[in-house]
Design a protein around this ligand. Structure first.
Ligand SMILES: Cc1cc2nc3c(=O)[nH]c(=O)nc-3n(C[C@H](O)[C@H](O)[C@H](O)COP(=O)(O)OP(=O)(O)OC[C@H]3O[C@@H](n4cnc5c(N)ncnc54)[C@H](O)[C@@H]3O)c2cc1C
Length: 432
């Protein structure tokens, strides 16, 4: 197969990148599962934006404080400054953000934010954004989407990426020759026992980067979300109880139904406080009380959470729910520059699998959709600029096809590569 741009992953970053590329480029998006099964569809709380110039310093400082001041300040500045353009683009695509009585954008707030600056659509903001992007991509005749098609490896020579080895839906292994390859494979939660991520998100691109010596950054910076609905079955994907629920007034209680923490602390601090309380109480969860939120507000802002809890047997208008921390987000990843280029020529990484340093050590709530879109757009611009410099595309010869046919062994070897990398970075046993 031959394509100008190969995008691996159909989450918000992969789709947005495709939309920002010129229409005369042939673009192929491959995606490991159904096209709708990405974490982007799961995002609940919303997406940050710079709502007015006077909020710049406060937004910048909140992002830095949450990130323990280890953030790349240029990346943070780029993200904040580009947010209005991204929101306008999404509105043009038909994304229906919540409006106030005057018809202006409404803003909510989450932990770590000192002001309301998050645009949202009920508690299914990610689905609203990503489904509209997908509709737009489907209108493009220069873009094909191959579902149930998995990136097994990249093909490279002299530190340049020539394309990829993929496994198609029918099980066939095929080489794809591409001018540029974009890794948009999302997070690594599928490697953890408890995670809010889809189970098929196993950090494949990160493992492939390790295999080929592509530089990584901050791989031990892994965010644990403080509040997911407790389930005794830890192989289930953990259901997230969004931070905005706490932003709107939900409280946390210990086993004696006493408050034990400021619910609006940044995620890492709140997670640590919850683990400490669980240890003291010798429990597997703490309680979250949503009854502090008016019922109308609960039903209009958080219908998905209310419905899911009800399905699991909890009436949030009448009782508390058990919540527990779970792996949620990967701040580290494949190291990229401000245009999302990796240390390998013709290879880009965007979205959660990439690390441009924007989040530092800990991500501020609702910064990741924005970061994914902003830096996906920059990758598209950079590839467009660099395309004339790439001359000739060779067919991809697959030397050891049998190794790719044994998917189980390959997966295990990739898992081991990540595990070793995390251990080397000081996160031993983190996958357990
Ligand atoms: C429950 C939940 C709630 C969240 N809420 C928010 C929020 O309110 N605000 C916010 O800003 N962020 C939120 N996030 C984080 C945010 O949703 C993600 O960081 C973001 O959507 C990541 O987008 P992405 O494009 O990088 O990856 P994803 O959307 O995860 O997509 C990854 C894609 O890569 C594909 N893929 C993976 N491996 C391969 C492979 N080997 N071959 C082919 N394809 C592959 C997958 O199938 C998928 O299509 C939330 C995350 C979760 C899990």
């Amino acid at each position: 197969m031959n394509t100008d741009i190969l995008i691996v992953g159909s989450g918000c970053s992969g789709l947005y990148c495709a939309l920002q590329l010129p229409r005369d480029m042939k673009i192929t998006i491959i995606t490991k599962s159904d096209v709708e099964l990405s974490d982007s569809f799961l995002a609940q709380g919303g997406m940050c934006m710079l709502k007015e110039e006077s909020d710049y310093d406060s937004y910048f400082q909140d992002t830095m404080r949450a990130g323990h001041y280890e953030n790349d300040t240029t990346s943070v500045d780029i993200m904040i400054r580009s947010s209005r353009e991204v929101v306008d683009y999404l509105i043009n695509c038909g994304v229906d953000f919540q409006r106030d009585e005057q018809g202006l954008l409404a803003y909510t707030r989450e932990g770590g934010h000192s002001k309301n600056r998050i645009v949202f659509h009920k508690d299914i903001t990610g689905k609203e954004i990503t489904s509209k992007l997908l509709d737009k991509v489907r209108e493009l005749s220069n873009v094909s989407i191959l579902e149930h098609t998995t990136l097994m490896d990249i093909a490279c020579k002299d530190n340049a990426c020539l394309g990829a080895v993929i496994r198609k839906a029918d099980g066939e292994i095929e080489g794809v020759s591409a001018k540029f390859t974009v890794l948009a494979t999302g997070g690594i939660g599928g490697l953890f026992k408890r995670s809010t991520n889809y189970r098929h998100l196993t950090g494949d691109a990160v493992a492939i980067a390790i295999k080929h010596g592509v530089e990584l950054k901050n791989v031990n910076y892994i965010q644990i979300h403080p509040t997911t609905l407790y389930s005794p079955h830890d192989s289930d994907r953990s259901f997230l109880i969004s931070e905005s629920v706490r932003g709107e007034g939900a409280k946390l209680y210990d086993k004696n139904m006493n408050r034990f923490v400021n619910e609006l602390l940044p995620r890492d601090q709140l997670t640590a406080a919850i683990y400490e309380q669980m240890r003291k109480d010798n429990t597997e969860y703490v309680w979250e009380d949503l009854r502090t939120i008016p019922i109308d507000e609960l039903n209009s802002h958080f219908p998905n959470i209310v419905a899911h809890c009800s399905k699991m047997g909890y009436d949030v208008t009448k009782e508390c729910i058990p919540v527990v921390p779970a792996q949620h987000y990967f701040m580290g990843g494949i190291k990229v520059d401000y245009n999302s280029k990796t240390s390998m020529d013709r290879l880009y990484a965007i979205g959660e699998t990439a690390c441009n340093g924007v989040h530092g050590k800990n991500r501020l709530a609702s910064n990741s959709l924005l970061e994914s879109l902003v830096f996906a757009g920059r990758a598209a611009t950079d590839m467009q600029y660099n395309a004339p410099k790439v001359s000739g595309q060779a067919d991809i010869a697959i030397d050891n096809i049998e190794a790719y046919r044994d998917e189980g062994a390959l997966r295990e070897s990739y898992r081991k590569l990540i595990e070793d990398e995390l251990a080397a970075a000081g996160s031993e046993n983190i996958l357990q």
